[in-house]
Design a protein around this ligand. Structure first.
Ligand code: ADP
Ligand code: MG
Length: 663
């Protein structure tokens, strides 16, 4: 048991000062941190009236000896810090020696403690001055009671919320502390009722399940990397589990919950294009670093740290998340709910807060289309629900990144490899030898937009070039429904694909890869195309001139209210040029302020992919459908379109068998 000492004033001055006791949850945080520092294996938290009336924390830690008890209550007294050098080697949760003193000054505080070396316990009250320990019976460990918080600070007390709200703040603190320390057992009671019972475990996943349910915990994907002495370990949820706020992004450093702007950015970047812009992935990241590599003495609540090399930390987190996401099949699975009503596919996201949003219109349409189809088959069949999938290890793919980086012949033979089934015009060599007449399926309609399928190559003939496709590759047969969705059989079930979303992702990745190699080829227009332009559009065109050049777009001012498109990327042939440029400029206006060139290019490629991709309502030939499905496996992040909406849903044969009572 380390002894408590008063810090000398020069050291006190070096410690980040400030009030840390704001509400019951902050008291709980400080006291539980002390119990963790005391080596407790079990911590019980009892609250009355949201903690305003009573907070009692009991631990089985090392205890405080009778001689040290009065010191524990003194300001700037601690057993955890001795010299200013220690400030850069903090191994404990606490070190300021301030918490007990400040809690004692705004409440009625009582400590009962017995170190294992003592036969009896001692009790001390914060009200007595000087505090005089009295012998009493007590188990080994420490109990601290805090009554009547802010009884002498009415202004603070007035700002406290309803007991239920204060209690939920406490629960959030317990979530943070207990996720970081799963080997400690916790209980939380409120007004005598147990609200959390968290048995000690070696497995972080179990602790997450205790808080957020097994459905989320089971699907979490492990991440791990170790570089330059920094270990990044964690569990991340597939994008389908994303939520409406960043609250479910937990970051810990050496057992302490922290927030970090740059790591939050790395998380956002890693999931970019996998979640919609107003959704946030669920991640639990546990960093372990040498305490000399960061400074925790920045903020009195220690919620932020200052890294020696923040850039390195950010890039390591980004890299490990990216790699992990790229090497997993993130296709969401569909699940059944047994109900007697007619067929309907409904959203069922148990992880969404009530304020969370329902399915996107695309998802709704996909569900409805399948529901309509199934209703025709059997109107009494059970309801289908869509929910995030439990993560399956058999869905692991070999490195998709590897496949993509492999040299690919210029003329990758697929109908949809090239935007919108366009023809290649003079100046650009055709990327593949296209047969003039497609082998169109019987009964197939001509696309409503009149676009020709005449340059569709026979993708099937080339399928043999990719012999070892993953298990989700359609075995045979693919069908288009409502000219919008593809339904394909796989070895393990059925895939339902949003043709536009998937094609958009494929083109986006292709364009992105292409632009990394240098500016896109562009074609001078014989007759410049006019675009009506407000002063804002003209300014934007000016501001983004170098970036537009990379995209192969050249604009010139042409009179006060007009821009003229002089050159346009050869990749985008079937697109209405003036409309495209006008839309692109408007989109760039939105991103202009905060944006880097990278974000602007992302926005532009995004729009190019969207405009060039097949649309909902476009009839596709068998070959085109096959080509799309093949490309799916060769494309990074193919589970989601560039805006983060899913491209593909999967229905497993096992679920079907269960529904038809075959198993
Ligand atoms: P700090 O944690 O920064 O040292 P605190 O005011 O929180 O400061 O606590 C003062 C001292 O009291 C600690 O350094 C520790 O020695 C002792 N202490 C507080 N709580 C406990 C506990 N639950 N078990 C054992 N010792 C404790
Ligand atoms: Mg402390």
């Amino acid at each position: 048991m380390p002894r408590i000492r008063q810090l000398d004033p020069s050291l006190v001055n070096k410690i980040a000062a400030g009030e840390v006791i704001e509400r019951p949850a902050s008291v709980v945080k400080e006291l539980v941190e002390n119990s963790i520092d005391a080596g407790a294996t079990r911590i019980d938290v009892a609250l009355e009236l949201g903690g305003v009336e009573l907070i009692r924390i009991t631990d089985d830690g090392c205890g405080i000896g009778p001689d040290d008890l009065p010191l524990a209550l003194a300001p700037h007294a601690t057993s955890k810090l001795y010299s200013s050098d220690d400030l850069f080697n903090i191994q404990t949760m606490g070190f300021r020696g301030e918490a007990l003193a400040s809690i004692a000054s705004v409440s009625h505080l009582r400590i009962v403690s017995r170190p294992s070396t003592q036969v009896e316990g001692y009790e001390v009250s914060g009200d007595a001055s000087p505090p005089a320990p009295r012998a009493c019976a007590a188990p080994t460990g420490t109990t601290i009671e805090v009554r009547n918080l802010f009884y002498n600070v009415p202004a603070r007390r007035k700002f406290l919320k309803q007991p239920q709200t204060e209690c939920s703040h406490v629960t959030e603190q317990i979530a943070r502390l207990s996720l970081a320390h799963p080997h400690i057992g916790f209980t939380v009671t409120h007004n005598g009722r147990t609200i959390r019972n968290l048995p000690a475990t070696k497995d972080r996943r179990e602790r997450i399940a205790d808080f957020y349910g097994a459905d989320l915990a089971d699907c979490l994907i492990p991440v791990r990397s170790e570089e330059h002495g920094l270990v990044v370990e964690g569990l991340i949820a597939p994008p389908a589990h994303s939520r409406a706020s960043t609250k479910w992004q937990y970051l810990f450093l050496n057992g302490r919950f922290i927030t970090d702007r740059r790591i939050a950015y790395a998380v956002r970047e890693a999931f970019r294009g996998l979640v919609e812009h107003d959704r946030f992935p669920v991640v639990f990241l546990f960093l372990a670093a040498d305490p000399h590599d960061y400074d925790v003495n920045v903020h009195p609540t220690k919620i932020e740290v200052r890294w020696r090399d923040a850039g390195l930390v950010q890039s390591q987190v980004l890299a490990v998340l990216r790699e992990t996401l790229l090497s997993h099949d993130l296709t969401p699975a569909m699940k059944f709910n047994r109900l007697n009503s007619g067929a309907a596919l409904i959203a069922d996201d148990p992880f969404d807060s009530p304020t969370g949003r329902g399915p996107t219109p695309e998802q709704q349409r996909a569900r409805q289309a399948l529901a309509d189809y199934l209703k025709r088959v059997d109107p009494t069949q059970p309801r289908l629900t869509f929910s995030p999938p439990p993560f399956r290890t058999d869905a692991l793919r070999p490195s998709i990144a590897g496949t993509l980086n492999a040299p690919r012949s210029e003329g990758y033979p697929s109908a949809l490899d090239h935007p919108a089934r366009q023809t290649f015009q003079s100046g650009a060599a055709p990327p593949f030898d296209a047969p003039t007449q497609p082998p169109s399926a019987p009964g197939m309609e001509t696309p409503p937009d009149g676009s020709s399928l005449s340059d569709v190559p026979n993708a099937k003939a080339d399928a043999a070039a990719f012999p070892s496709l993953p298990t989700t590759t359609p075995a045979n047969g693919v069908m288009q429904i409502h000219n919008t969705y593809l339904v394909a059989q796989t070895e393990t079930g059925v895939l339902i694909i949003d043709q536009h979303a998937l094609h958009e992702r494929i083109l986006y990745e292709r364009f992105r890869e292409r632009i990394l190699q240098g500016p896109l080829e562009s074609q001078r227009l014989l007759i410049p195309e006019p675009v009506s332009a407000s002063p804002t559009r003209i300014d934007t065109a000016d501001h983004f001139r170098p970036m537009l050049a990379k995209l192969g777009i050249e604009l010139e001012q042409f009179g006060p209210n007009t821009l003229a498109v002089q050159a346009f990327p050869t990749l985008l042939k079937n697109v209405r040029i003036s409309e495209f440029v006008a839309d692109l400029l408007d989109k760039l206006v939105e991103t202009e302020n905060a944006s880097t060139e990278e974000t602007a290019i992302h926005a532009a490629l995004d729009m190019m992919a969207c405009k060039a991709a097949v649309k909902a309502g476009d009839a596709l030939s068998q070959d085109e459908m096959h080509a799309l499905l093949e490309m799916r496996h060769l494309t990074e992040r193919s589970s989601n379109c560039p805006h983060g909406r899913p491209t593909t849903l999967e229905l497993s044969t096992r679920d079907l068998e269960k529904q038809f009572k075959r198993i």
